[in-house]
Design a protein around this ligand. Structure first.
Ligand SMILES: NC(=O)c1ccc[n+]([C@@H]2O[C@H](COP(=O)([O-])OP(=O)(O)OC[C@H]3O[C@@H](n4cnc5c(N)ncnc54)[C@H](O)[C@@H]3O)[C@@H](O)[C@H]2O)c1
Length: 402
């Protein structure tokens, strides 16, 4: 049973903690006191880790959350699972990683294995995290370093930490072995690659592949609309090909911490190396333009103007069955609607509170736009919620939509 500290108790860190604490002693370190207090009371703030799992972990004595750096001082393994957003110029922002390095440097005074699970560009563990911890440490300590990029898909139950193959690589053979030993306590399928850079790049390419294909299908939806044919029927037709095709569905755009963000980490590296990343840049533009396209379609169907019209957005999280609103395309749809002079409300009981406002009851508007359809939402209730309904998800039959 290893002593493990996990820095960051959000979607990634808490999910790892829930699995790892079955066979390891885990301290979940987070800088957010409110989150830590809630976790220690058995309240989980993320989908995928329920209160019962957390309570079992707490009462087994194998898990506790803390904001106190001293609580990670006796760890043997430290996992970094902090945000890696973009800055105002859409460039990688490693400030949270830097602060996690500071926590390690200030509190861990013996050699440990540091594993980074946060998504970042190739070279982050070798050229940023290792030198940063060494620079910030008071004395020279030879930690070991490895990367194991996280692939969790919050809200998903068929693929979890146990059965999703996990990539990993250490900076040294010993770090690789220790990383394998740790993850094999709760993950069935470990895939070692030849260097940390391969694992880091593979993670970025996985999400870039999704971003580019989503942009392609979003552009295709605009072409099929101009052709006067159904994008969904056309995609289903293409999908009858048993090889060489993978179906993606159009939407109001992409959201979350990964798909709108990670490809820009790859584009940043490409720029530094002087090689083109044209697909990433264009895919990002196409996806960011989708909310305006949706609003233009709604406007065209409603006499060419939305001025003074009551419009309700249904579903404002970035994907079904999660409360996560980071980078949600709903925000840009609302912005475009307001710009067109509409009076906008939103309904999403999974999200509940967003930007200081509460979810409004379903209905009462002249126009409804479905951005995200949670399983708990009754499709028939959506259909009758407004005289005009526009569905961006392709899941509601008999209404207008992409
Ligand atoms: N959410 C996903 O679906 C997903 C999937 C795969 C990979 N990732 C990657 O994993 C990383 C973490 O993402 P997330 O979704 O778990 O983020 P999150 O925002 O859900 O959680 C991050 C947590 O880290 C805490 N934190 C921030 N800085 C800290 C610090 N210096 N010390 C201690 N705690 C700190 C925050 O308070 C927060 O609770 C990112 O790099 C992300 O790209 C996320």
């Amino acid at each position: 049973m290893a002593k493990v500290a996990i820095i960051g108790q959000g979607y990634v860190g808490l999910t790892i903690a829930a699995f790892a604490s079955k066979t390891n002693q885990v301290v979940g370190f987070d800088s957010n006191q409110k989150v830590v207090n809630q976790l220690n009371q058995g309240y989980s703030h993320i989908e995928g880790v329920d209160g019962a799992t957390l309570t079992t972990a707490l009462s087994s004595g194998n898990y506790r959350a803390s904001t106190n750096g001293a609580d990670i001082s006796d760890a043997e393994i430290v996992v970094i699972a902090v945000p890696t957003p973009l800055d105002s110029e859409r460039k990688p922002d490693l400030a949270f990683i830097e602060s996690a390095c500071k926590t390690i440097a200030e509190n861990v005074n013996h050699p440990v294995l540091v594993i980074n699970e946060s998504t970042s560009f190739p070279g982050t563990i070798r050229n940023f995290i290792k030198p940063m911890i060494e620079k910030l440490s008071a004395s020279k300590i030879e930690h070991e370093y490895a990367i194991s990029p996280e692939r969790v898909d919050p809200g998903r139950i068929d693929w979890d930490q146990k059965n999703t193959p996990r990539l990993y690589a250490g900076l040294t053979p010993s770090a690789s072995k220790r990383t394998r030993d740790f993850y094999s306590t709760f993950c069935d399928n470990l895939v070692e690659v030849s260097s940390p850079e391969v694992a880091e790049a593979a993670k970025l390419f996985e999400n870039t592949f999704r971003q580019v294909n989503i942009a392609l299908v979003n552009e295709f939806a605009q072409i099929t609309h101009a052709l006067g044919i159904s994008v969904h029927e056309t995609l289903d037709a293409a999908n009858t090909k048993p090889y060489g095709f993978m179906k993606f569905s159009p939407s109001a755009g992409v959201g979350g911490h990964c798909i709108p963000v990670d490809p820009s980490y790859l584009a940043h590296v490409a720029e530094e190396l002087g090689v083109p990343a044209t697909f990433i840049e264009r895919a990002n533009e196409v996806n960011l333009e989708m909310p305006k396209y949706v609003v233009s379609r709604v406007m065209a169907d409603n006499g060419g103007s939305l001025k003074g019209k009551k419009v309700q957005l249904i579903g404002v999280s970035y994907k079904p069955n999660v409360a996560d609103t980071r980078e949600t395309p709903a925000e840009l749809v609302i912005e475009a609607l307001k710009h067109a002079g509409a009076e906008v409300s939103w309904h999403d009981d999974v999200v509940g509170t967003w930007k200081g406002a509460q979810s409004s009851p379903l209905g009462g508007a002249e126009i409804a736009i479905v951005v995200t359809l949670h399983n708990a939402v009754d499709k028939n209730a959506v259909i009758v919620s407004a005289p005009y309904v526009f569905d961006t998800t392709g899941k509601i039959e008999g209404v207008n939509g992409l």
